[in-house]
Design a protein around this ligand. Structure first.
Ligand code: PEP
Ligand code: MG
Length: 588
């Protein structure tokens, strides 16, 4: 018998993909044990194999559509995006033609052809630098596994374990698996593969299901039924914990849940300072599944919807209709609050498979964001029309990324006007007075902010890029993190200028970079005059807690003091001292 079954404690370390602590029983699901026969076929057998392949594809398509209908009734429309992704992979002509080519040229059966096709996809995805894109291979794997099961007459059954307090262990879990889980009984999930940005992890976070990925050997059937602790904060998984460890984690779990529940109480409270000065706190999102989490954490709408995620991991750009469906789902998820769309911000480190990006010497300064969008006006107009169509159903705003000056803004607005004219001609309704803003993330935009302010309805400061470009520090270079300084005088002066110009022009100015979600910087941003901050959903209660402990007067003092220092180091040490009364006792 395995030592795990012999009750000896064993600890595994993986990647924490969804926060929280779960204590329960491990149930192992290993779908890899699907037995698929692979054999050679004769020339005469080729057409028969192609027909079997087609039938497998069509049964899988029916299965996914049936699942979609069922989930619509139980879960609603808002989480169906992942099934649509799988349907799109299934419909991709290249998947079919690649498998057919294997059958025809290598004279193998359809199952073998599918496996070889998958291997080619794996090689391709392995060579991708971007982690998010690399992890999208799991969607292709799920779809091919479904086809193979259907060909074997063994449809992909949902994970339905017996008992309560179940922690699922699997080689991989698909987004559809998570959607179908009984979340009253399944309290955690650990997988052998996957990572933070895998679709399954995004869904686990959206459903607040603690999860750990990348734990080799955890889907071993011998571990089935053992008691287990899963720590989605540190990535630690302990099988057969001894009684001291068990008690220690029960204590940690209680502490974590207490902190979370206390922080969630913040959701009900108004986002205002001790002396009653109110600001807006909003969420940053990438997929519609994150919308409900923003509202639960007390966000009043979405200040940054990174639409480029929909364009990634695919060979073809999404058409207008597909974009409309996803954007409309996002709008419904955050209604009745406002939703700010950021138009396609691709290029640089966010390359799209569906287009040929130039091989650039310096991608951070290359054809990216609005520059890229303006180079492909037809594609860009599809996005603009899709967003405008959603504006007919609720409070929707639109903003352009990385605007460097008036020429780009005017070109983007001209395309928006053309998109409006297209919809008018087709008799499609939209909000003609939709608010149009820009992201301030290039130093030149700060310098000419007064000129830009005359032609937009709002500014949204992307501090992640603004700091990168002001200080010429690559935001993802781990050797320069100490020089990436939000309190550098050049950054603070730029922020002050943006907010002053906005106030003078009578337009809104908000911050949607990571700086907005760090409670340490709250008084500085508040004191500078920002009255709207947008951040990851789980940061909202923490920022609100500090907001409600601080007065506007103190925030202004802190901002003035920080702005008076000649170096970021001095400002930083002053701020940490000044903030200790607000941050200590904070439920972190
Ligand atoms: C920013 O640059 O601050 C921002 C919010 O955009 P992103 O992080 O997507 O570049
Ligand atoms: Mg940016």
């Amino acid at each position: 018998m395995d030592s795990a079954k012999n009750n000896s404690m064993r600890q595994y370390t993986g990647i924490a993909t969804s926060p929280g602590i779960a204590v329960g029983r491990l149930r192992v699901f290993d779908r890899r044990h699907l037995s698929v026969e692979e054999y050679a076929v004769s020339q005469e057998g080729v057409s028969g194999e192609i027909e079997r392949l087609k039938a497998g594809l069509s049964r899988t398509c029916d299965e996914l559509n049936a699942l979609k209908e069922k989930l619509k009734e139980t879960t609603g429309d808002d989480h169906l995006f992942f099934i649509d992704t799988h349907l799109l992979i299934l419909a991709d002509e290249r998947l079919f033609s690649e498998a057919v080519a294997h059958i025809q040229t290598e004279l193998v059966n359809a199952e073998c052809a599918l496996r070889r096709t998958l291997n080619k996809y794996r090689e391709f995805f392995d060579g991708i630098d971007d982690l998010y894109l690399r992890e999208r291979i799991s969607d292709v794997e799920t779809v091919i596994e479904k086809i193979l099961r259907n060909m074997a007459g063994e449809p992909h059954a949902p994970i339905i374990p017996d008992g309560d307090h179940i922690i699922i262990a699997a080689h991989d879990v698909s987004p559809a698996d998570i959607l179908q889980m009984d979340r009253t009984r399944i309290i955690g999930m650990v997988t052998e593969i996957g990572g933070k940005t895998a679709h399954a992890s995004i869904l686990a976070r959206a459903f607040e299901l603690p999860a750990v990925a990348g734990v080799d050997g955890i889907a071993d059937m011998l571990l089935d039924g053992t008691s287990v602790i899963l720590d989605g904060l540190s990535g630690c998984v302990i099988v057969n914990p001894d009684s001291d460890t068990f008690l220690e984690y029960l204590q940690r779990k209680r502490q974590y849940e207490y902190v979370e529940s206390e922080l969630l109480k913040m959701a009900e409270l108004p986002p205002e300072t001790l002396d009653g000065y109110g600001i807006k706190l909003k969420g940053n999102v990438e997929v519609p599944e994150e919308g409900p989490s923003v509202l639960r954490h007390g966000g009043e709408g979405v200040g940054l919807y990174r639409t480029e995620i929909l364009f990634m991991n695919r060979q073809q750009m999404p058409d207008e209709e597909e974009q409309y469906q996803v954007y409309a789902a996002m709008q419904r998820a955050v209604a009745p609050h406002a939703l700010t769309f950021r138009t396609l911000d691709a290029g640089g480190d966010k390359l799209l498979d569906g287009m040929l990006h130039a091989n650039e010497q310096n991608p951070a300064l290359g054809v990216r964001a609005i520059r890229l969008a303006l180079q492909m006006p037809d594609e860009f107009m599809k996005q603009l029309r899709a967003i405008l169509r959603v504006s007919a159903q609720g409070d929707v705003r639109i903003m352009f990324p990385m605007i460097s000056g008036l020429e780009e803004l005017r070109k983007a607005r001209a395309l928006l006007d053309r998109a409006m004219a297209d919809l008018d001609a087709a008799g499609v309704p939209f909000d003609r007075s939709i608010a149009v803003g820009i992201m301030i993330e290039i130093p030149s935009a700060v310098v000419v902010a007064d000129l830009l302010a005359r032609e937009v309805d709002f500014f949204s400061v992307g501090t992640n890029d603004l700091i990168q470009y002001i200080l010429a520090i690559d935001r993802s270079n781990e050797h320069l993190t100490h020089m990436y300084q939000p309190l550098h005088p050049a950054v603070l002066r730029s922020l002050r200028r943006v907010v002053d110009v906005a106030r003078e022009a009578g337009i809104d100015a908000c911050i949607c970079g990571e700086m907005a979600g760090d409670p340490l910087y709250l008084p500085v941003l508040l004191g500078l005059g920002f009255n709207e901050l947008s951040m990851g959903a789980t940061s909202i209660p923490r920022v609100k807690q500090v907001l409600r402990r601080c007065t506007m007067e103190r925030a202004a003092e802190i901002a003035t003091a920080c702005s008076g220092f000649a170096t970021a180091e001095e400002a930083d040490s002053f701020l940490k001292d000044a903030m200790s009364p607000y941050l200590c006792n904070s439920l972190d």
